[in-house]
Write a protein that binds this ligand. Structure first.
Ligand SMILES: [Fe+2]
Length: 556
């Protein structure tokens, strides 16, 4: 049984392939197009997934898409009727929805084959159901509460339910325009970070401020307090006076390139907090404090939802998904502020992951296939053989020579790791490229830049020479799984770098380059059986320095 999963005509366009219930390949289209968050039809990703599985498009049994334009139709229609959105916005949405409905024709055009040769049925899976499925069905849990929080998709901003064996039951939805993702987006834009997906920068900035605007934030987001219900009758709602997405619509660009979203905050927000930060304007204390207040309010709302879901389900396991599940700062506090005992978040928790969710929803829930796959390793993307790499190096021989590059083949794995570790311990920066590419936005030891976390100046060296990014953004540690409790206050695995834990005070001085200003670190735990070569590199570094930690950052 072959299922092709897609996230198409949306940010973080992606594809995956599930063969007999096993995730064989998954990749984001941005990796081929070299434009972050690339939106459009994931043609290259589909080609790669089919190749990896060794099948043609005509052999695929089901195509699963993480959008269903028919879902929540009545809600959508009533909303449109009451708001009378602009004709252009309606036309844009209809065009996007019609492309989602007509995936088969687009595939035929792409692969140059006739429609009848594609036997696969196309299944549209509601956006948030695909999110829930993307985490629960590939989690190690037999039973779990599943929660999805994002901007919005198919007219919903959050959803939760219960997963058990191969079925998923939705318990509630919070409908557009109420959304924690849009709340975070509005303030990200207000703070002058206007690119799609910039929320993580504001998260990094939050550590430098004090949440002195929390009172204002509570004006903007309302949490249901016991029996005092909210207008929408749900767990939270936005004070829509501070937003324009409900009145003027969210102006989005989802076509063959970088996705764009126009600002969603209103003039009233500017009256509340003063002028928004303009492009190029220096970041001041007020901006930092607004970022800290935003993060604090998000966390209050997040734990409010999680605690409610726990009360409803009484299940100690949590499968988390949606763009907001990339908020690693909040994720790292789940054990502290909720009764959940186990948490699973898959590496592409945002919209890219919807491709996996849609595919597994068909395999498990619709077809009743058994649970037979746990996403333990993120290495699901393209890999290259030694021969291919040698050929590439040969083709680029001249360029490499001009840069004084020296090429040497080291067959002995331990020797390779030992020499690289020595090089790193000597203060140099290494590019580490091996095996298949990571699924999800993080570099996790197969496409990573690695260096010494002990050096305080390493952050500046990296920023100056390679990354050229904002100085307030932290760098992350990769750590042997067995050493987590020695370095961090929380001893729980996080192989996908999606949780921030507090570093033990006595260790902060030991690994300053990966300790954020608030004493935290967004760690990747490395287990020998998941990533033997990367584990070995850290081991060789530990033998030299006594520290089982490396600074790990991505090539982009
Ligand atoms: Fe989403």
């Amino acid at each position: 049984m072959i299922i092709l999963g897609l996230n198409a005509f949306h940010g973080d366009s992606s594809a995956c392939i599930v063969v007999d219930g096993k995730l064989t390949a998954a990749v984001e289209e941005e990796r081929f197009r070299r434009i972050k968050h690339w939106a459009g039809f994931p043609e290259e990703s589909i080609r790669y997934c089919l190749n990896e599985a060794g099948v043609g498009i005509n052999e695929v049994d089901y195509i699963a898409v993480n959008r269903d334009p028919k879902a929540n139709f009545t809600k959508k229609a009533l909303f449109a009727f009451s708001k009378k959105p602009s004709l252009k916005l309606v036309a844009d949405r209809l065009k996007n929805a019609s492309r989602i409905r007509d995936i088969k024709s687009i595939l035929c055009e792409t692969f140059g084959i006739e429609k009848q040769r594609i036997k696969a049925e196309v299944h549209n899976v509601e956006h948030h159901i695909a999110h829930l499925a993307s985490s629960f069905f590939v989690s190690p849990f037999k039973k779990a509460a599943a929660v999805s929080i994002d901007g919005f998709g198919d007219f919903v901003g959050a959803m939760w339910g219960m997963g058990e064996d191969n079925s998923l039951k939705v318990r509630d939805r919070i409908f557009f325009p109420h959304s924690l993702g849009l709340f975070y987006l509005a303030f990200t834009q207000y703070l002058g970070f206007l690119k799609y997906g910039d929320e993580y920068k504001v998260m990094g900035l939050a550590a430098y401020g004090e949440p002195e605007f929390i009172g204002d934030m509570k004006e903007v987001v309302k949490l249901a307090n016991g029996h005092a219900g909210l207008n929408n009758g749900k767990l939270f709602e936005l004070n829509l006076d501070y937003f324009i997405h409900h009145s003027e619509g969210v102006t989005m660009t989802w076509n063959d390139g970088e996705p764009k979203m126009e600002p969603v905050f209103s003039e009233k927000l500017v009256r509340l907090l003063g002028p928004d930060r303009k492009k190029g304007e220096e970041i001041n204390e007020k901006h930092r404090n607004i970022a800290a207040s935003l993060q604090k309010m998000y966390e209050e709302a997040f734990f409010h939802i999680l605690n409610h879901v726990y009360k409803e389900t009484n299940c100690p396991n949590l499968a988390l998904s949606g763009g907001c599940a990339m908020n690693s700062l909040a994720n790292g506090k789940i054990f502290q502020y909720t009764p959940f005992k186990e948490v699973f978040i898959q590496p592409a928790a945002g919209d890219a992951g919807g491709a996996v969710g849609a595919a597994f929803y068909i395999w498990n829930h619709v077809l009743g296939g058994p649970r037979s796959f746990v996403l333990e390793k993120p290495y699901l993307g393209p890999g290259f053989s030694d021969r291919e790499i040698a050929e590439e190096l040969g083709e680029r021989g001249r360029e490499l020579k001009a840069e004084n590059c020296h090429i040497e083949e080291i067959d002995d794995v331990v020797e390779l790791c030992r020499r690289t570790a020595e090089y790193i311990a000597g203060g140099r920066v290494a590019g580490w490229f091996q095996g298949r590419m990571e699924w999800g936005p993080r570099a996790l030891g197969n496409r990573s830049i690695v260096c010494d976390p002990r050096r305080r100046d390493m952050k500046d060296i990296l920023n100056l020479k390679i990354k050229r990014r904002e100085s307030f953004r932290p760098f992350a540690p990769s750590i042997h799984l067995e050493a987590v409790g020695e370095y961090f206050e929380t001893d729980y695995p996080d192989p996908f770098m999606l949780k921030v834990y507090r570093i033990k005070p006595e260790k902060r001085e030991v690994i300053p380059a990966v300790t954020h200003v608030d004493g935290t670190g967004r760690l990747q735990t490395v287990r020998q059986e998941d990533s033997p070569l990367y584990w070995r590199l850290i081991e060789e570094f530990r033998k030299i320095t006594g520290i089982p930690v490396l600074l790990n950052t991505s090539f982009n």
